[in-house]
Design a protein around this ligand. Structure first.
Ligand code: HPA
Length: 233
């Protein structure tokens, strides 16, 4: 057991997929892994290990935001020797050419979080994806009937912004979408010497105000999990 994860030594695979929502971890594990066994229920942050083909893979919720994800990433790597972390989450697109259900592979992250400003004494750090995982994920995405985009995302600390126009500055500088975790994931992966990638599905178009329907969620969200499972070493 670690402080926030109830798994025993050896119960977590070297590759962990991290959806934000623990119930999505359960859904993907039950739907896509063979012989999935639950290794964590602490705080309801469900985690499972099972087989994808002959690969042993884990899927565990990260919670929402950099602080929650950071707790789990620290413990997964330091206490359970995880080597590869792949976030599978949703994002809000801030470019007009992006549509609900599109896949975004986050090459780099900007953030409005102060976490790295504090860590680097006021200087800026550029959290980036593992090139190996990014390239593999792009190849896998191209094999599927899905629009895949590679570029920068914004990891925000705020879901409900005061200013309705807040996203326009980021959009003007080419950022594709907003989510809430990737800057924390890439920073910790670099610090801890492991590989990380965020594979995101567009669930909201902030430009038009459109959100994914229940039907679109069911059809589109498994695609990012499939890509992540294929890419898992
Ligand atoms: N903001 C932040 N994170 C998100 C959003 C959003 O609009 N949509 C999905 N994840």
């Amino acid at each position: 057991m670690s402080t926030h994860i109830g798994a025993r030594e050896g119960q977590i695979a070297p590759t962990v997929l991290l959806p934000g929502d623990p119930l999505r971890a359960k859904y993907f594990a039950e739907k896509m892994l063979k012989d999935a066994v639950c290794f964590n229920e602490v705080r309801g942050m469900l985690g499972y290990t099972g087989l994808y083909g002959d690969k042993r893979v884990s899927i565990m919720g990260s919670g929402m935001g950099i602080p929650s994800l950071s707790i789990y990433v620290n413990e997964l790597v330091s206490e359970y020797h995880v080597k590869t972390l792949i976030r599978i989450g949703t994002c809000g697109a801030i470019q007009p050419h992006l549509k609900i259900g599109d896949i975004i592979l986050a090459m780099a992250t900007s953030t409005d979080s102060s976490i790295n400003r504090l860590r680097f004494s006021g200087m800026d750090y550029a959290p980036t994806a593992s090139f190996y995982l990014l390239r593999r994920a792009y190849e896998e995405a191209q094999l599927r009937a899905v629009n895949a985009h590679v570029g920068g995302v914004l990891s925000s600390d705020t879901f409900y912004e005061d200013d309705p126009e807040w996203w326009k500055r980021w959009a003007a500088y080419g950022v594709l979408a907003v989510e809430m975790e990737t800057a924390g994931l890439y920073t910790l992966a670099a610090k801890l010497g492991v590989d990380a990638l965020s594979i995101l599905t567009v669930s909201d178009c902030i430009v038009t105000g459109e959100s994914a329907t229940a039907q679109q969620r069911e059809r589109d969200f498994p695609v990012m999990a499939e890509i992540a499972l294929e890419v898992a070493p």
